[in-house]
Design a protein around this ligand. Structure first.
Ligand SMILES: *Cc1c(COP(=O)(O)O)cnc(C)c1O
Length: 346
């Protein structure tokens, strides 16, 4: 890996961050807060939240088996993606490399920041080759984006290939594990101490059932996390979100139950989808959704909308011609979908 100072934008490296009132107050015992121009009424919503979400991280750290200093929390994973782009990529100079197809936010964030986005197509079976990504990279490539299990294809990426990429690439590898809870593949979190150029993204939006609260996690070396914390908005995670996250973390056994149920539903739904006359190919899934190639994606999408069932039409996505992406729902929801598709006549 190149030294972090060389990978970071020079202006960001030099930046002295905004110090909020709650930053300067370091948590010593106090009962009278006259430092932040808050209204003393309307408890508990009157106070600014902890800018570093220390209580949330204290509960999260042992669950993830990582030190607090290796954890960044943001307004969804989307904030972490955007901050990585802004911290490391000089607009109009640097570029990023990513597999294609994958999650759309990497490209949007790159383009908003005027960072060239280089797409490397997956193989026909949706696997990736580290060598192809490395060949697309040059001295201006700061980040390579991987997503495993990948969205919208649903498959895990090969662990040895991911390791090969991390070992060979001189910049940062961002591995998005938004769907890892649904996969049998172990997370790369335990590999972080071995790989100073690895950033792992996870989220409260999927297995944790908390898309509404907007809470994303980035895990990396303390040096990388410090850079993200330096450039984030001071109060990027609001108090209501922090409280709800702590409540969910205390209930993490329930999340394991949801995941178990959804994995059972996934195998039932998969078996039934595969039998449908309108199914051309069902791709195997390590996530909580299926990519399925159908006889006519646009027509079936519209047909389902007419029945009040919304799936994602991925027909215009690389390698996904005539494909729909279907989230695993509750048993009755999945049944309703299957019944509608059984009634569909091509
Ligand atoms: C859903 C999803 C996320 C979650 O993003 P949030 O901003 O945390 O809601 C991240 N990455 C991928 C690949 C996703 O599909």
């Amino acid at each position: 890996m190149r030294p972090l100072e060389q990978l970071t934008r020079p202006n960001v490296w030099r930046l002295k961050p905004y110090a909020s009132a709650r930053d300067e107050y370091n948590g010593a015992d106090a009962t009278v807060f006259l430092d932040a121009n808050e209204n003393p009424y309307n408890v508990p919503h009157n106070r600014y939240p902890d800018p570093l979400q220390r209580e949330v991280k204290r509960i999260l750290a042992p669950i993830k088996r990582l030190p607090v200093e290796s954890i960044f929390l943001g307004n969804g994973s989307d904030e972490a993606i955007d901050l990585l782009m802004r911290a490391f990529c000089c607009p109009a100079v640097d570029n990023v490399v990513a597999i294609d197809p994958t999650y759309g936010m990497y490209q949007v964030c790159a383009e908003v920041n005027d960072v060239a986005y280089r797409k490397v197509p997956l193989e026909e079976d949706f696997s990736f080759r580290a060598d192809k990504l490395l060949a697309a990279a040059d001295e201006h490539t700061k980040l390579i984006f991987l997503c495993s299990p990948n969205n919208p294809t649903g498959n895990d990426l090969s662990r040895p290939e991911i390791e090969r990429l991390i070992e060979r690439f001189e910049g940062l590898v961002v591995l998005d594990e938004a769907y890892n809870d649904f996969s049998e593949a172990p997370s790369f979190l335990s590999e972080l101490p071995r790989y100073p150029n690895l950033v792992v993204l996870q989220t409260f939006s999927k297995a944790w059932g908390c898309a509404a609260i907007r809470l994303g996690m980035a895990f990396a070396s303390p040096d990388i996390i410090a850079i993200l914390n330096k450039i984030k908005y001071p109060y990027n995670v609001n108090e209501l979100t922090q409280r709800q996250a702590m409540e969910m973390l205390h209930r993490h056994y329930e999340i394991a139950q949801w995941v178990g149920t959804l994995k059972e539903e996934r195998s039932r739904l998969g078996a039934e989808l595969a039998k449908l006359p309108c199914t051309v190919k069902l791709f195997p899934s390590d996530a909580n959704f299926f990519l399925v190639r159908v006889t006519d994606a646009v027509r079936i999408y519209r047909y389902l909308v007419g029945k009040g069932i919304i799936v994602r039409n991925r027909h215009n996505v690389t390698l996904c011609g005539n494909c729909l992406r279907i989230t695993v729902g509750t048993r009755p929801e999945n049944e309703q979908l299957l019944e509608a598709l059984r009634q569909y006549d091509a």
